[in-house]
Design a protein around this ligand. Structure first.
Ligand code: HSE
Length: 439
């Protein structure tokens, strides 16, 4: 049997302790299947005395993650500290410099510094494994980097943030407010320490940057992504979507657009029959459209066991194989995504307007749409108030909600039509616009 693979873990929270437990629980099968033992030999964490419900006897303790990263008696440095800069970045750089492979769950670190870290790792002949950084327990990194290598991928889209999916699901199913659903997501431990990362779309953007790199050979770069979060979504939108045959999901989408790759994160209307539309609660899903294979992977996107499962899978890879190029393409070959302006985005749109209830309003709306060559697939005028509660009942003087669904058009045309409608004074508040994703 080959010598054991010696693991040093920095960060012993839910995921780190989960990795220690899983490696212990599965040690015999892992040794049989990889041909060597995979052993945790050293750890670093802030508090030595916390009860973590895992056996750390015989394991060396470091108070300093950097010292652990440089330790010559480990083979793999597992970074579970988090954060795009600071100690996590310094420790990963030190581990690479010391010639260690790295496994990490840190999407922010790789989204912001992935190119430099991948170049350093590839120059040193070590790997950076990051299955745990995207969609938790769903093996989408391996799927894009290895299993689908024979495909030319056209689009990757996904529900990559469990907190947002949980909030949108509960708002729709139970008519609850955004704030109370976010509170619950925080209590259940789904949300990031700063939940703005979740609800404003940045967590999804970090994960999308990594998926785009794997699928299209572009440099991970959060700045290349158009990002909108879910704060503006109301119960009225969720109800109207349902009536029209859609679900609203916060999607990350990476799609070929000529030579560039269109990268966007925003609330999206998804046809109800799509597998991704049926994914509810904290669960994640990723759909890949390749020229040979189209598939959707669904699974737990967060949580100790799910994320530990991804880390342990990576460690078993590192135990058996020479590391691959970090993003599946040599780092020197990664090209900028070439951000296409969102104004050039083409697709269908959902537009909800608070129309002033007086003669000529509908005609003005229709005229401005026609002036921009926008063809309407449907127009729906909602009764005032929400039938099953949640919102206050509106009075007769309140504006009437009008919902338009357009055929494929451009973002630019939609924005110009809305600006003209606003100038006309026929709507009482800023309109809601949600992009529709179709096959
Ligand atoms: N806050 C993240 C989520 C955790 O809600 O999906 C996993 O990155």
């Amino acid at each position: 049997m080959a010598p054991p693979l010696r693991i040093g873990i920095a960060g012993l929270g839910t995921v780190g302790a989960g990795v220690v437990r899983m490696l212990a629980r599965r040690k015999d099968d892992i040794a049989t299947r990889t041909g060597r033992k995979v052993e945790v030999v050293a750890v670093s964490a802030r508090d030595r005395n916390r009860n973590r419900d895992c056996d750390l006897s015989g394991v060396r303790w470091f108070d300093d993650a950097l010292a652990l990263a440089r330790d010559p008696d480990i083979d793999v440095f597992v970074e579970l500290i988090g954060g795009s800069d600071g100690i996590a970045k310094a420790a990963v750089e030190a581990a690479i410099e010391a010639g260690h492979d790295v496994a990490t769950a840190n999407k922010a670190l790789l989204a912001h510094h992935g190119v430099a870290l991948a170049r350093a790792a590839e120059a040193k002949g070590v790997g950076i494994a990051f299955e745990a950084a995207v969609a938790g327990g769903i093996p989408i990194v391996k799927t894009l980097r290895e299993a689908l290598l024979g495909n030319r991928v056209e689009r990757v889209s996904g529900i990559l943030n469990g907190t947002c999916n949980y909030i949108l699901t509960r708002m729709k199913d139970e008519g609850l407010s955004f704030e109370s659903c976010l509170d619950q997501a925080q209590q259940l431990g789904y949300a990031e320490a700063d939940p703005t990362f979740d609800v404003d779309g940045f967590d999804t953007a970090h994960k999308l940057a990594l998926l785009a790199s794997l699928a299209f050979g572009v440099q991970p770069d959060p700045e290349a992504i158009h990002v909108e979060g879910i704060r503006s979504i109301t119960l009225a939108d969720l109800d109207a979507a349902d009536e029209l045959g859609y679900r609203i999901k916060l999607l990350g989408v990476a799609a070929r657009s000529g030579e560039a790759v269109e990268l966007r994160v925003h609330p999206t209307m998804v046809p109800k029959h799509w597998p991704i539309a049926q994914v509810s609660g904290v669960t994640n899903a990723v759909a890949v459209d390749g020229d040979a294979v189209a598939l959707t992977l669904v699974g737990p996107g967060a949580g100790g066991d799910a994320t530990a499962s991804a880390v342990v899978g990576d460690l078993c890879d590192l135990a058996t194989a020479r590391p691959r190029a970090v993003f599946g393409w040599p780092a020197v070959n990664l090209r900028p995504a070439g951000k296409p302006a969102i104004q050039r985005h083409e697709g269908g749109y959902y537009i909800r307007l608070a129309a002033v209830d007086r003669p000529g309003t509908a005609a003005a709306i229709a005229r401005h749409m026609a002036e921009q060559n926008i063809s309407l697939e449907s127009i729906m005028q909602h009764r005032r108030g929400r039938p099953h509660g949640g919102d206050r009942a509106d009075s007769a003087e309140d504006p009437a909600p009008v919902v338009l669904i357009t055929y494929a058009t451009t973002e630019d045309a939609v924005r110009r039509a809305i600006a003209a409608i606003e100038i006309d004074g026929v709507i009482a508040s800023p309109p809601q616009v949600i992009r529709i994703e179709k096959d």
